[in-house]
Design a protein around this ligand. Sequence first.
Ligand SMILES: CC(C)(COP(=O)(O)OP(=O)(O)OC[C@H]1O[C@@H](n2cnc3c(N)ncnc32)[C@H](O)[C@@H]1OP(=O)(O)O)[C@@H](O)C(=O)NCCC(=O)NCCS
Length: 119
Amino acid sequence: MLNDFFDGWKKFPSKEKHFKSLQNSEFKILAIDDVTNKVIGFINAISDGVLSAYIPLLEVIPDYKNKGIGTELIKRMLEKLKHYYMIDIMCDESLQSFYGKFGLIKSSGMILRNYDKQN
Ligand SMILES: CC(C)(COP(=O)(O)OP(=O)(O)OC[C@H]1O[C@@H](n2cnc3c(N)ncnc32)[C@H](O)[C@@H]1OP(=O)(O)O)[C@@H](O)C(=O)NCCC(=O)NCCS
C-alpha cells in the first residue's frame, strides 16, 4: 500500500524500510484512499514518552496534494502529542508558514545527515 512516497528524494528508502520505520514509530497516522486501498499520506512521530516528541516525516503523494490531507494529518498528530512539552519538526523555510498555521513557531537548530544512509 506504500507507493509513490519520498517524491523528489535522490535516494529513498525501500517500501520495506518505509513500512518498518512506521512500525517502529510510536505514533503514525495514515491517510488511505478507500477506493484504491492505497496509502496517500502519512505522518509519524517518535518520542521519549515523557517530555519530547519529534515528527520526522509528513508526506502526501503528488496526486492528492492541496486537498487538505496534510492539514488533517498534522492536526491529528498534534492532538495526539498535546501532552508533551516539546514537539519538534525540521522543515524547509518555505513550509514554515504551513506549520505556523498549527501553532508551531520558527526556531533554530543543528542537524546531521548521513546521506549515504538515506535509502
Ligand atoms: C507539505 C505537504 C505534506 C502538504 O500536504 P497537502 O495535503 O498538500 O496540504 P494541504 O492541502 O492540507 O495544505 C496545502 C497547503 O500547504 C502549502 N504547501 C504545500 N507544500 C508547500 C511547500 N513546499 N512550500 C510552502 N507551502 C507548501 C500549500 O501552499 C497550501 O497552503 P494554503 O493552505 O495556504 O493554500 C505536501 O505538500 C507534501 O507532501 N510535500 C512534500 C513533502 C514535504 O515537504 N513534507 C514536509 C516535511 S517537513
